[in-house]
Design a protein around this ligand. Structure first.
Ligand code: NAD
Length: 439
């Protein structure tokens, strides 16, 4: 173990925390309904590290393993209030019914609070999400959209009394975009906003509005959004935390659990074929090749930095990695993923692993939303600004600082998350060396 640090100064989690959800679809409504069900004692927050997880402190002989929520000062579930934007005017009750993730009886039992969550008009343009269109949208230039979002947020704070805020993108996956000149500096970005430049996607406008107000922004989709110098500059200027991108659930979660194990045993991989069927609105959006490309880039990126083929050409130098998503309406939110992994062992003898994961997308994503909004609020109160790499644990394509490669190994990400919490609280880092037990 290394020496303990001075604890960081962390402002207390006093008063209400306003959760700003961009998109009020399957993931958002499963999250909000879940928080409400847990508050009422109807269910447990399974899958949430902040609510159910523990953290070991000190030596193993000390037997000191508190719950995370007792160790770090997080906002309590009782103090959360919700606001949302969507291009469909359905309230959270109607949207949860349409999403069809949760049992109708549970959703009906929460109807009073879910119906009260009505989305504000969206900053939306169908050029960025080709399969959707609506009239519940903002008007004017892109800079005016940003101003209207900030106005929505100010009114929300007045009516709810929220003392602090945390914004998270749970909206659709936008078309594939790459960095342009107007993304390089904040000044160029603001000019492009005023000019309604096509290089500014709606997700960037929400992120800009949040960061401008000093509000943390987390990106649950694979959109380019904050992976641009202009918004990182703004985040640093306004002391706002940023994290992303693309919730790590389902197939990619399994991939980043399995690949580190195969790698640890020096087993070779010649192919990894992944395919999915899903039938929710997300599946419909991803049926558009331009939105799928954004997702594909995010899903394909994970193996390289776990396996490091450049260091292990004999084992991983020639992997055929393929990812497919097929929209299949009968399956709804209950996605089915198949993985075929061709591996080889001692003397090159081939073997196969088949994984058939019958998962529930939004059930896996909702606890991630909860952890992220709470940890992003903790980051803000702790004075952490800009990219929060310690939250890589939650993402398929983690945001990292310039010159760094992202860590995709789930267990490295877990250790990084836990050591960051120990660091914030002035506890010793755990290295798992353990020589001192035998001296
Ligand atoms: N569920 C998972 O396991 C998972 C994992 C990784 C990423 N994601 C991503 O999370 C996002 C949400 O997933 P979902 O299943 O809830 O999708 P969904 O389609 O049910 O909900 C997305 C909502 O966002 C709204 N929206 C789109 N553009 C918007 C805009 N500009 N402003 C406001 N609202 C907007 C849509 O109208 C829709 O209601 C998707 O991008 C998805 O790819 C989900």
């Amino acid at each position: 173990m290394t020496m303990a640090q001075q604890p960081q100064t962390i402002k207390p989690a006093e008063g209400k925390l306003g959760i700003l959800l961009v998109g009020l679809g399957a993931v958002s409504t499963t999250f909000v309904a879940g928080v409400e069900a847990v508050r009422r004692g109807l269910a447990k927050p399974i899958g949430s590290y902040t609510q159910m997880g523990t953290i070991r402190l000190g030596k193993r002989t000390e037997h000191n393993t508190p719950l995370v929520k007792d160790f770090v000062p997080l906002a309590s579930l009782e103090d959360l209030v919700f606001g949302a934007w969507d291009l469909f005017p359905d309230n959270a009750y109607e949207s949860a019914i349409k999403a069809g993730v949760l049992d109708r009886t549970l959703v009906d039992s929460l109807k009073d609070s879910l119906s009260a969550l009505k989305p504000w008009t969206a900053a939306f343009d169908p050029n960025y999400v080709k399969r959707l269109s609506s009239t519940h949208v903002k008007k004017g230039s892109k800079m005016e959209w940003a101003e209207q979002i900030m106005e929505d947020i100010r009114k929300f704070q007045e009516t709810t009394g929220a003392k602090r805020l945390s914004m998270i993108w749970c909206g659709s996956t936008e078309v594939f975009m790459t960095q342009k000149d107007c993304h390089k500096t904040l000044a160029a970005f603001e000019k492009a906003l005023k000019d309604s430049d096509p290089a500014i996607a709606p997700s960037m406008i929400y992120a800009y509005a949040a960061l401008k107000m000093g509000v943390p922004y987390a990106n649950g989709a694979p959109n380019l959004t904050t992976d641009i110098p202009a918004l990182i500059e703004l985040a640093n200027e306004t002391q706002s935390p940023l994290s992303g991108k693309d919730f790590k659930t389902g197939q990619t979660l399994m991939k980043t659990i399995l690949a580190p194990g195969l790698k640890a045993r020096e087993l070779g991989i010649s192919g990894w074929y992944s395919t999915n069927i899903l039938g929710n609105r997300d599946g419909e959006v991803l049926d558009d090749p331009e939105s799928f490309k954004t997702k594909e880039e995010s899903k394909l990126s994970v193996l390289d930095t776990i396996l490091h083929p450049e260091l292990h050409p004999d084992l991983y130098g020639n992997i055929y990695h393929k990812v497919c998503i097929n929209y299949y309406p009968p399956r709804g939110d209950n996605k089915e993923g198949w993985d075929n992994i061709d591996i080889f062992g001692w003397l090159g003898y081939p073997m196969q692993i088949k994984v058939n994961f019958l998962c529930r997308d939004s059930i896996l994503a909702a606890p991630l939303v909860l952890d992220l909004v709470l940890f992003m609020d903790l980051a803000k109160r702790s004075g952490l600004k800009g990219i929060q790499e310690w939250l890589s644990f939650y993402y398929k394509a983690p945001l990292v600082g310039p010159g760094l490669y992202p860590e995709h190994n789930l267990f490295t990400q877990e250790m990084k998350l836990q050591n960051t919490l120990r660091y914030l609280m002035g506890e010793t880092q755990i290295t798992h060396l353990g020589m001192d037990y035998y001296q």
